[in-house]
Design a protein around this ligand. Sequence first.
Ligand SMILES: Cc1ncc(COP(=O)(O)O)c(C=O)c1O
Length: 495
Amino acid sequence: MTQTDTATLATPADGLPKAKDFTALLRPGLPLGQTPLKSLYKYLVQPDIMSLSAGLPPAATFAFSALQVTARNPTTPMGQDPLGGDRSKDAPDAVHFDIPFTPESGKVVVPGSSTCLLSSLQYCPTEGLQSFHKCVQQHVAKMHSPPYQDWEVTGSVGNTDALDKALGLLTEKGDTLLLEEWTYPAAVDNAHSRGLSLEIIPMDKDGMDPDTLDATLTQWPTERARPKVVYLVPTGQNPTGITMPLERRLALYQLAQKHNLIILEDDPYYFMQYPAYHSPEARTAASVDPLAPKGVNNLIPSFLRLDVDGRVIRMDSFSKVLGPGLRLGWITANAQFCHYLRLHGETTTQSPAGLSQALVTELLTHEWEDAGWIGHVQRIQEHYTEKRDHFLDMVEKHLKGLVDYVAPEAGMFVWLRVLLPQAVLETEGIMDKLFQDLVKAKVLLVPGYFFLGQVDRTLKKDAPYFRTSFAAAHPSLYEPCLAKFGEVLRQYIDA
Ligand SMILES: Cc1ncc(COP(=O)(O)O)c(C=O)c1O
């Protein structure tokens, strides 16, 4: 993630087509232009302008005058014992750097340009500080090479914010959002609060089922407005843990083309991709390198990478790889969409937090650089792979025959389907009772129906699923927790 001038950015754009015109899919009533005050920004950044215009707090009033940062060394393993080591301690060779108040004494700071405190504590352009913007732009070019010319990036306050902005761009009350049957609850609730109706499409082990999507849209009743947007979490899906294989991504992209859909690609787990799960025996066999991290070059292509039309709005977040409290991410989309997303940002979040941008940009461009970023991604991948493997070993040991699941190759989640006898599963309220019995046994799992892509989640209250996560829990909890789960399930069989 090194920083370069826009001019020296990889220019995959050359010779590529421009995005198609999606004007017809925009929500009616979008702002026509910048808010009046923001429209002066282009003059304000001229170094020789004599401005009495800006209502900006002067730098002398800022509370902070310098920032000393300690970051982890991305090449240092995350702990002595990967399954339980204390990762809170700094490695002795941690990376130290300062974010000074001004970049260099005497140098004029153009507002919004650099990551110094003078700039990053000030209001900044909606798309982000120039340095942050360049950093993520270059990252997108390298990681996703969007196959059309006029893509852009704009900063977000993480993917929850990005989704809110994207739905505001395209949908209005009464529209329909297409989504996976089991999905991220914040997306469901946001869409509902906008008055959207939700059309869930069933999933199989590879994600959203393309045949049902096609049939649903082909048979769409003429009296209802046609859906324009499909929301997908393609990698390490929350809650199912599924990572859509390339063929599925291609099939869904082709359907989006056929039915003129915009794809909202919510992909916070993209860098958390792991090798396939192997049993402990296979892992000790010489032929399997159980940890072999995928790094950044062996990741599954994103929808953005397939996006010849400019119909994907991709949402990236630093939450899962650097820290959710940063509240920092970005959106990649065609220039027209980015223009309106920025206008929306002007009247909502204004911009991502300057300090977060400064921390991340300095870290990625000047401290870690490309090698450090790759090292960090790899150690995250190793960390989660080891946890995932241990978690699934314990599932196999204690829940064999009691649950089934798709072993996740990305993300944080294992979606367990309980295999109780049919008569037991058909008892009304069975999953709620099971949940309560688990809580009594001091085991907390998330009931599957919480993730139904419908506002009335009780419609599937007895869906036989629990979402579990190997991410936050200490690995020493996996075995007692899953063993207890097994005991409780057995009681239902023996009853
Ligand atoms: C699918 C999905 N989207 C978005 C988020 C939130 O991301 P952010 O912290 O960037 O808002 C999460 C997890 O919390 C998630 O699972």
